[in-house]
Design a protein around this ligand. Structure first.
Ligand SMILES: NC(=O)c1ccc[n+]([C@@H]2O[C@H](COP(=O)([O-])OP(=O)(O)OC[C@H]3O[C@@H](n4cnc5c(N)ncnc54)[C@H](O)[C@@H]3O)[C@@H](O)[C@H]2O)c1
Length: 458
């Protein structure tokens, strides 16, 4: 076991100096889209970083200085030199990493089980390893978004299995407030870092560590549960607001008005100072995907006693949007006298968000399933996914518009925004567009002879 520095005993300036001077060892558990950029940033600032992952391939790639995460600007350039210089390495041995480290950061996934209850197995496994290597004076940080009270009710008891008592080690929840494709920028200073510890020393030590890497600074809150709630409430706010935009878009369609005309007028400032309304702050669309926004509401609805009707109904509305897309596809095809059964439908976009290679909870998935149930011929194209990856979602791969009857835009990829619709209209067998991301101007499409259906546009 290496000599640990007992980081919990140091004052803020001493921590900053030790970290930048290469005297602090930080283990990051989970070298995924969020953990690897964090590990690289700590190494870049001078810390010795040990990345821990259960995926042998990820560990091998990182140790070669190769970046397993695609589409993360600045990450490959930061990773390689730090591996070469010996500041960053990876291992599958989480116990040994904890024995070596002063700070252990957990950034493994927390997703949902089949019944939508939170799946805490990865967090439990990572913290068990840490517990076996924990020493007096160490600090453990959880960054993964979790259900309320997880840090104090689940993590703390696991860490105490080490035999250490309250106050002998530190524990903080410091939510990861980043998005894929901008992780380095976010970690180093798009937002202030939020930090909440189980005691004052844990909070102060975590604050000192993140102050070194985040130039926007750190907000400290009263405890770990407050810090957990900040991240959860951010996610729930987004989900509920998107649901409101979606429901208003559905109403708009029924009464024959365009949200794109109405929302900006509602949002006109009340006077020079007050912006009273923010509808369409989050746009209506084909559905809410990814492993954050559609997941975090369940962390609250499944674990608290409060009547969470609003949050549940928001989830229901957002989950309905892919089925609304299918209704628009049927309508568009019916408008040209075609049945959805036997029609060639090309879905544009598998990623849940433009520019991000992530298909988890993508609205494209239920759209494909429903269209197949309706016996359409379903094709899929996404510039970020290979033919094999596309086919694993149950649709045929097609990068061509030839013979298509209907195009369905699910993702706001830049490539789709730059399409030459005139050329495309010449290639299709029938011309129906269903636009779930307000990418095509309705009037322009109609002038080219398309039947246009969209969410958020008339
Ligand atoms: N990706 C995002 O945009 C995003 C945004 C906000 C918050 N988050 C948060 O970050 C967390 C992690 O997300 P991600 O995108 O980095 O996930 P990811 O799936 O890209 O990576 C997770 C990594 O953890 C590894 N892992 C799983 N169990 C492990 C264990 N027991 N020990 C060590 N490693 C283990 C996996 O092999 C994988 O490499 C999420 O659960 C969420 O709370 C992510």
């Amino acid at each position: 076991m290496s000599d640990k520095m007992k980081i919990l005993r140091l004052e803020k300036n001493a921590i900053a100096n030790a970290l930048t001077g290469g005297k602090v060892t930080i283990a990051v558990y989970g070298l995924g889209k969020m953990g690897l950029p964090l590990a690289a940033v700590f190494a870049q600032k001078g810390a010795k970083v040990i990345g821990v992952d259960i995926d042998q391939k990820v560990v091998a790639e990182v140790n070669k200085g190769e970046c397993p995460i695609l589409g993360e600007p600045g990450l490959p350039e930061m990773l390689k030199p730090n591996v070469e210089r010996g500041r960053l390495s990876a291992t599958m041995d989480g116990v040994a990493a904890a024995k070596e480290s002063d700070v252990m950061v957990i950034l493994v996934p927390c997703l949902l089980n089949g019944d939508k209850s939170p799946d805490l197995t990865a967090i439990s496994a990572a913290s068990s390893s840490i517990s076996q290597g924990l020493s007096k004076g160490d600090l453990v940080i959880l960054e993964t978004t979790v259900p309320p009270c997880t840090t104090k009710n689940m993590l703390l008891p696991i860490l105490k299995q080490s035999g250490l008592k309250d106050g002998e080690f530190g524990l903080a929840f410091c939510p990861e407030r980043t998005s894929s494709s901008r992780a380095i920028r976010d970690i180093t200073g798009s937002y202030m870092k939020v930090v909440g510890g189980i005691d004052q020393k844990s909070t102060a030590t975590a604050e000192a560590i993140y102050s070194v890497i985040n130039k926007k600074g750190v907000i400290t809150v009263s405890d770990t549960t407050a810090a957990e709630a900040i991240k959860l409430f951010e996610g729930i706010y987004r989900d509920v607001n998107i649901a409101l935009s979606n429901e208003l878009a559905l109403i708009s369609r029924e009464i024959g008005v365009s949200p794109m005309e109405i929302f900006p007028v509602v949002n006109e400032p009340f006077d020079e100072v007050h912006q009273r309304y923010h509808i369409n702050l989050l746009q209506p669309g084909a559905g809410v995907g990814g492993h954050c926004i559609p997941v975090y509401p369940y962390f609250v609805t499944k674990t608290t006693q409060t009547d969470t009707s609003l949050i549940k109904v928001a989830r229901k509305i957002n989950d309905f949007m892919p089925y609304h897309m299918v209704n628009l596809i049927i309508e568009g095809l019916n408008d040209i006298g075609k049945d959805v059964k036997g029609s060639n439908v090309l879905i544009l976009g598998l990623a849940f968000r433009g520019g991000v290679k992530e298909a988890r909870n993508s609205p494209a998935i239920p759209i494909i399933q429903r269209l197949k149930e309706l016996r359409a011929n379903v094709f899929l194209y996404d510039p970020l996914f290979s033919k094999e990856e596309i086919e694993s979602f149950g649709a045929a791969y097609s990068g061509s518009f030839d013979n298509m009857d209907c195009l369905v835009i699910v993702t706001d990829h830049n490539e789709f925004k730059e399409y030459d619709w005139q050329r495309i209209s010449g290639n299709m067998r029938n011309k129906v567009i269903v636009d779930g991301r307000q990418i095509v101007e309705p009037e322009k499409a109609r002038k080219l002879g398309f039947v246009y259906k969209g969410i958020g546009c008339l």
